[in-house]
Structures are given as structure tokens and as C-alpha cells.
Ligand binder design. Structure first.
Ligand SMILES: *[C@@H]1O[C@H](CO)[C@@H](O)[C@H](O)[C@H]1NC(C)=O
Ligand SMILES: *[C@@H]1O[C@H](CO)[C@@H](O)[C@H](O)[C@H]1NC(C)=O
Ligand SMILES: CC(=O)N[C@H]1CO[C@H](CO)[C@@H](O)[C@@H]1O
Ligand SMILES: [Ca+2]
Ligand SMILES: [Ca+2]
Length: 574
């Protein structure tokens, strides 16, 4: 539902602006398995989340999205759903979930669910019935006959490779056919060319929206369709090779995925799903937010905002800071990647920023622990919507999970006890570090599902809460600052002041801020008067943990020296 922004008074203190709840919201991602374990079985759960809602409130988050909590055999830790209408028993019951919504509502925190539309679990009833060719379910998945080679041997139908490596096809004896799985073998792709499947997914979305969730995240949306095989005489064609060096036929990047990603039909099904959100939004006069994730080129990515033909989604998750900013990136790269999203995004739509999730090396490990505050400043103070993956507010680092304890199917698929570490997602899923107590305060169990990361004795919430200067304190100050008009509604301008120093300006009427971050490893001196109307002195609002500067100290606009990794939020003196 659209609300029109009405600016009544020019002075920022008195401005009365209506914007819908999600347009500048802060979304906090909880990976439920690793957040809080309430019953001592070593696995996080819903009652655990309920017990820490006050923490989310204190942090200043508006909404939390939960990685999947539905029934699952957990080969891919919940992204392989076997029953979309049931909560995974080890996480709790439907009553527990209803309690979560109720308690969250009391604190005005919104709950968002993560529903996986591309595939089910291989142990879902739908798949088992389809495997047995039960009439109604026969056509719910992508079944293909084997390719019989010159020696009469049974081979997969074509060369398609799964995102998790190796053939995207697995053989099912009961049908004497192969099924397609773009991800793990335990995640057979649904067949969206069967209208019944699309209808069922709409029912699932409706079911959870009716339960009171404020929105739903639909991941891997650009994998929903494969090419139409009827166009190719009834056979799915091979994908062409990318020619990238150092790769073999088991590697995902070996092929150019022109037939298995970003198909035109995706945008139509997205607008059909959107109608479900809109009908409930309209009825209740409360916007239910649709988020999608598509790791794809920028032009495809922004198509999810919608166009004149298709209504799009509220939040097409922008993974650019995850996928394109690396240890090697400098200030110019950061500016470029941010500008690109803002340039391609349709005018009047809302940007969003993400630096972490349950699949991505943590900021402290991907870059340096010293840059944690700088990246939190980026995410929280850039224009639009912000996402934080749990633990980034205290600068958690990747844990160490040895081969024998490795759980992630992506890592197990490497069959490589040495190099698995390069792809394993377990290190970013280790338990939240609440305190220096047993299992970092996550659980009373003797063994937790993944080991707690080393160093939790000093890196934990309790310690950071009781310290004056900590990532947590910086984060809280930023979430408060974020409520000001300059950040919620203000304009944006950015500069790479030199190769190492990225800075941006946010302003609303006469309230003006400069956020400046030295992402390099050496001392730098910059001149902020390169920004229009920045001069004289600025006051420090927030400084990174290792900065020598403190709140309300003044700095000179035309001569600002920054130590390596130093990041500041400065306010222009009026
Ligand atoms: C589902 O897939 C997993 C992982 O590949 C496998 O271990 C399991 O046996 C499969 N289940 C069925 C019912 O085929
Ligand atoms: C809908 O909700 C908005 C914001 O909560 C409120 O301002 C508006 O008056 C409501 N409209 C109707 C028709 O109830
Ligand atoms: C970011 C995200 O949602 N990643 C998930 C995408 O889907 C695969 C397959 O289900 C999961 O393994 C990822 O965790
Ligand atoms: Ca538990
Ligand atoms: Ca698919």
C-alpha cells in the first residue's frame, strides 16, 4: 500500500512525514538454530527468540526475519522444507510461534518468515508421492528420462550443474527417472510450469500472512523457472561453457546458466505472489512486505522493483556489498557499488543494504575486525532499508568448524577435508555469543550443534554492553541516529576523498552529517570541503571503537586526519 509523503513544515524538528513502516526499517536476521537454546538440547529455538525480544528492542530493530523454521530433515538446515505448514519440532510448536508473534507485537517488532519457493525437501510428502507417480503430484517436480550414452550406460539428462557442485540431476529408481535439483540433492526443484504448484505456494504465503507475520522473504527467486523444454523439442538443452580457467564439469561456474536462471517467467510469478500480499495489506490496512533474493546482474536485480507490466516486490534484497566488496576493494569500489544500485533503482523506490547473512563470511573475517563499525555505519546510515545478520552488531568473527564436525552440505560436497573450509558456511553459523559463560550463554547443553567460536570469552554481548567503547555501543548509537530525518528522509551524496577514504553526506534542511571511513591500512588526511556546503567545524556524533575521538569533540572540515580503519559520523555545526 502506498502512502504519500507529506511535508508540512520546512524545519526538520517539526516535519510531519508519513512513510510506511518498512520503507526505512531495520531488519535483523536471526538464524534460529544458533540464536538462543531455551531447553538445553544444543539447538536454538523459538522460545529462545521470545526470551531475547527485549534485546532486539534495545538494539533498535524494527523487524526480524527468521531463517526457515518449518519442518525439515535438515540436510540443508531448514532450506529443505518438508512441510510448509508445520514448525520444525526441535524449534517449537505452532503455539510457540503464535506466542512469538504476540510478544513481538507488544514490543512493536515485526516478524518476517523465510519461505523457500524453488524447492522442497526430498523427504516432503509431495516429493515422495511424485516419486511414486501418484496422479495429482506426478508433475510437481522436474522429472527427466536418463540420457543413454554410446555404451548403453545411464547418464543424467544433460550437463546442468548444481549450485552446490556436481550434476543438478539425481536418479530416482522408483520412476526410473532423474529429478532436477539446482541446489543440494536433498532439495528437488518444484515445477512452476504446473499451475497447481504456483497455487499451492500462494496458499502457503497466505497461510502465514494470516497468522500475523508482517512479511515474507522468498529466496533464490531467480531459480524458479528453467527454460521451456518444449521450445527445444522436449529436451532440456545443455548449457554452454563459460571457458573460465581452473574449473571442471563439477563446478557451478563451469557453465553459463542461461537456461536455469533469470527466466522471463519469473517476473510474472512474482507479481502473482505479490497480489496475495496486497490483498491482505488492503484488507487490514497494514502493509505485508514481500522480499525476494536474486543474485544476478544489476538490470535483472532491479526488475524485481516492478515495471509498467508487472508489479514487483517491496524489497529486492541488494547483495552487492556482499558479492562485490572484497578485502581488496578500496574507497572507489565502495562508492561505485553503492552508486550502481542507486542509479539503476527506479526513482521513488527504496534502496536496501546488506553486509552479511548465513551464507557469507562475517564482516570481521571478510575484511578486518577493525572495520566492523565502518560497515555498520554504511548499512545503517545509507538511504533506505538496513539489514543486519545476527552477531554483526558485536562484530562476531567466523568460528572454526573442523572437517569432522562439518554440517554444511555445500562443504561436504567438496569431499575435500582441506579445502572445504573455503566454501563451508558453518563458520558464519556458530552460536550467538551472549556472554563469557558456558557455550557463550547460547545453551546449557554439553555439546551444541556447531561449536562456539574461539575467543567468545572476550568477544560477547555482555562484555560489550558493560564497556563504554564497543561495537555494540556504536551500533546502538547508530540505530538511534538513524531515526533522525536526515537519515530517514534526507538526501545523499558520496565521494571517494582518496583511494582509501570513502565519505557520504546525508542532510535534511539544515541538519547535515558526514560519514567518513578510512578503509585503508594507513594514516590519511582528507579535506571534507570537497562536499558542497561543508566548511568550518564538525562535531563527532559517533566514532569507531579504536578511534581516538569521542562524542561531541570538534574536527576541522578542511583538515581531517584519520588513522587506519577509523570511521566517524560527523555533524555540521549550525
Ligand atoms: C534425501 O537426500 C539426502 C541427502 O542427499 C539423502 O541422504 C537421503 O537418503 C534422501 N532421502 C530420500 C528419502 O531419498
Ligand atoms: C491506515 O493506516 C494508516 C497508518 O497506520 C492510518 O494513518 C490511516 O488512517 C488508515 N486508513 C484507514 C482507511 O483506516
Ligand atoms: C541467502 C540465502 O537465502 N541462501 C540460501 C539459498 O538457498 C540455498 C538452497 O536452499 C540455501 O542453502 C541458502 O542458505
Ligand atoms: Ca533447543
Ligand atoms: Ca527451479
Amino acid at each position: 500500500m502506498c502512502f504519500i509523503a507529506i511535508v508540512i513544515d520546512a524545519r526538520y524538528e517539526n516535519v510531519n512525514v508519513k512513510s510506511d513502516w518498512w520503507e526505512t526499517a531495520l531488519f535483523y536476521q536471526i538464524y534460529p538454530r544458533s540464536f538462543v537454546d531455551s531447553d538445553g538440547d544444543g539447538i536454538g529455538d523459538i522460545n529462545g527468540i521470545i526470551s531475547r525480544l527485549d534485546y532486539l528492542k534495545e538494539l533498535g530493530v524494527d523487524a526480524t526475519w527468521l531463517s526457515p523454521i518449518f519442518k525439515s530433515p535438515m540436510y540443508d538446515f531448514g532450506y529443505d522444507i518438508s512441510d510448509y505448514y508445520t514448525i520444525q519440532p526441535e524449534y517449537g510448536s505452532l503455539e510457540d510461534f503464535e506466542q512469538l508473534i504476540k510478544k513481538a507485537n507488544e514490543l512493536n517488532i515485526k516478524i518476517i518468515l523465510d519461505i523457500v519457493p524453488n524447492h522442497t525437501s526430498n523427504e516432503s510428502e509431495w516429493f515422495l508421492k511424485s516419486s511414486n507417480k501418484e496422479e495429482y503430484y506426478n508433475n510437481w517436480y522436474i522429472w527427466e528420462n536418463a540420457h543413454i550414452d554410446n555404451y548403453g550406460r545411464r547418464k543424467p539428462p544433460n550437463n546442468w550443474v548444481s549450485v552446490f557442485r556436481k550434476s543438478a540431476w539425481s536418479y530416482m529408481p522408483s520412476r526410473d527417472q532423474y529429478y532436477l535439483h539446482q541446489f543440494s540433492e536433498s532439495e528437488p526443484d518444484l515445477n512452476y510450469r504446473n499451475p497447481v504448484v504456483a497455487e499451492e505456494m500462494k496458499n502457503i504465503i497466505k497461510y502465514w500472512l494470516e497468522k500475523g507475520v508482517a512479511g515474507i522473504r522468498l529466496g533464490s527467486i531467480n531459480y524458479l523457472y528453467e527454460t521451456d523444454k518444449d521450445v527445444f523439442g522436449g529436451h532440456f538443452p545443455d548449457e554452454p561453457l563459460t571457458g573460465k580457467s581452473g574449473l571442471g564439469p563439477d563446478d557451478y561456474d563451469y557453465l553459463d546458466h542461461m537456461y536455469t536462471k533469470d527466466q522471463e517467467e519469473t517476473y510474472d510469478i512474482v507479481s502473482q505472489f505479490r497480489e496475495v500480499f496486497d490483498s491482505i495489506t488492503l484488507r487490514d490496512n497494514f502493509t505485508r512486505v514481500m522480499m525476494t533474493v536474486a543474485n544476478t546482474g544489476i538490470k535483472n536485480a532491479v526488475r524485481y522493483y516492478g515495471d509498467s507490466i508487472h508489479s514487483g516486490v517491496h524489497i529486492p534484497v541488494n547483495n552487492a556489498l556482499i558479492n562485490e566488496i572484497t578485502k581488496e576493494s578500496d574507497a572507489r569500489d565502495i562508492k561505485y557499488v553503492i552508486d550502481r544500485w542507486l542509479s539503476y533503482k527506479p526513482l521513488g523506490k527504496h534502496a536496501n543494504w546488506v553486509t552479511g547473512n548465513h551464507d557469507t563470511s562475517r564482516v570481521a573475517s571478510r575484511f578486518r575486525p577493525e572495520l566492523v563499525d565502518a560497515f555498520n555505519m554504511l548499512v545503517l546510515l545509507l538511504p533506505g532499508i538496513a539489514f543486519t545478520y545476527m552477531g554483526e552488531e558485536i562484530g562476531m568473527v567466523n568460528g572454526f568448524v573442523p572437517w569432522v564436525e562439518t554440517k554444511d552440505p555445500l562443504a561436504c560436497n567438496t569431499d575435500d577435508p582441506v579445502n572445504f573450509i573455503e566454501v563451508s558456511r558453518d563458520p558464519v553459523r556458530t552460536p550467538f555469543q551472549w556472554s563469557n559463560g558456558k557455550n557463550a550463554g547460547f545453551s546449557t547443553a554439553d555439546k551444541t550443534w556447531l561449536p562456539v567460536a574461539d575467543g567468545y570469552e572476550s568477544l560477547n554481548l555482555a562484555t560489550q554492553r558493560s564497556t563504554v567503547r564497543s561495537h555494540y555501543q556504536v551500533y546502538r548509537t547508530l540505530t538511534n541516529l538513524r531515526k533522525r530525518h536526515a537519515f530517514r528522509l534526507g538526501r545523499y551524496e558520496s565521494l571517494a576523498l582518496n583511494n582509501e577514504v570513502f565519505a557520504f553526506k546525508r542532510w535534511y534542511n539544515d541538519d547535515t552529517y558526514i560519514i567518513v571511513m578510512n578503509v585503508g591500512k594507513s594514516y590519511q588526511v582528507v579535506n571534507l570541503t570537497a562536499f558542497d556546503l561543508i566548511f568550518g567545524q564538525l562535531e563527532v556524533e559517533v566514532s569507531s571503537v579504536l578511534s581516538s575521538r569521542t562524542y561531541s569533540e570538534n574536527v576541522l572540515a578542511n583538515f581531517l586526519d584519520l588513522s587506519a580503519d577509523e570511521a566517524l559520523v560527523l555533524r555540521m555545526q549550525i
